[in-house]
Design a protein around this ligand. Structure first.
Ligand code: UDP
Length: 315
């Protein structure tokens, strides 16, 4: 049986990844500081014999006894309001935390995977973004603490690969949604669903012409698993290429929830990317992967989950 360490395993994506790894027959050690992750995301796994939880901040030495076959680094605040609130923790987890995880992977001769992000492309000047685009990132703006930490994580990962021959993977994750997102994490999907379900106006930032492309979490996790099991060391984009403006996205949520809410336009946050769409040709070619869940179907499941979990707003 292979043993997998997942940092950030109690987060939104990390917890779905733990589910998938267990279902594939791996032993899973989930490490999470619980700064933005939540134990409720893994509550259903705590009695599984192949699952172990350790409350741990990976910016500190990571004490793992025995063999580890895969080291997956999914720890970091990931929502803009989270990294505005925790700028130093975000920079530290992306630098010191990534360094500790890579050091562990090297010592254990494990495969290492870094969760990266579409934010490495910043406010992109090309659309869609493929992996060869170097990005347009403000190094000192409010989003820089996340964007530059992830860019540093990628650089460090490639350096460990090139110098120390660590077998590495880098996944660039585009906007993803689904059950277990925190309703109060400030991102557009939980915000709009909460507002629509509660008859509040949907807060569209700017004129809502900025675009995003939303991927359902099960599709993303399938791509991550395929990448992990592949031999691809270069970064790979994973996301859904179905691009939509934020204003149109609000209309879709209002319609799917059958809400009477309207839209209210608010100030656009600084450096908010104007366009975002993944070019997933590389993932298709190398992993045989593409998303299967369309927006209406995925949002239907997400809305149902938020309806069934009103308590999540108080977390
Ligand atoms: N957004 C919005 N209203 C909200 C929350 C977000 O219009 O209540 C916009 C935000 O300005 C951005 C897009 O929706 O253009 C996606 O924002 P999110 O925070 O989900 O993630 P991002 O893709 O910016 O990291």
């Amino acid at each position: 049986m292979t043993r997998v360490l997942v940092s950030g395993g109690a987060g939104f994506i990390g917890s779905h990844l733990c589910d998938r790894l267990l279902a594939e027959g791996h032993k899973v050690i989930c490490a999470d500081s619980l700064l933005t992750g939540h134990k409720s995301n893994i509550a259903h796994l705590l009695t599984e014999k192949n699952f172990e939880f350790m409350k741990h901040d990976i910016t500190q030495y990571i004490p793992i006894m025995g063999e580890v076959d895969y080291v997956l680094n999914f720890a970091s605040p990931a929502s803009p309001i989270d990294y505005y609130q925790y700028p130093l923790q975000t920079l530290k987890v992306g630098s010191i935390g990534t360094r500790n995880m890579l050091g562990l992977a090297k010592a254990k001769k494990a495969v290492f995977m870094q969760a990266s992000t579409s934010e490495v492309y910043g406010d992109p000047l090309v659309n869609p973004q493929d992996e060869s685009y170097w990005g347009n990132v403000n190094p000192i703006g409010p989003r820089s603490v996340y964007d530059e930490a992830k860019r540093f994580s990628e650089a460090l990962t490639m350096a460990y690969h090139n110098v120390d021959k660590v077998d590495t993977r880098i996944v660039r994750i585009f906007n993803t949604y689904g059950p277990r997102m925190r309703l109060n994490d400030g991102r557009v999907v939980p915000n709009f669903i909460y507002q629509a379900l509660n008859g509040l106006p949907l807060t569209v930032y700017g004129d809502g012409s900025q675009t995003r492309s939303f991927c359902y979490v099960s599709d993303l996790v399938d791509g991550i698993y395929r990448l992990l099991m592949s031999d691809v060391n270069e970064p790979v984009n994973l996301g859904n290429p179905n691009e939509i403006s934020v204003s149109k996205f609000a209309d879709v949520i209002i319609s799917l929830t059958k809400s009477k809410s309207g839209k209210v336009f608010k100030t656009l946050p600084e450096d908010d990317p104007k366009l975002r769409q993944p070019d997933i040709s590389k993932a298709k070619r190398l992993l045989g992967w593409e998303p299967k869940v369309n927006l209406e179907e995925g949002l239907g499941k997400a809305i149902e989950w938020f309806r069934d979990h009103p308590e999540i707003n108080t977390l």
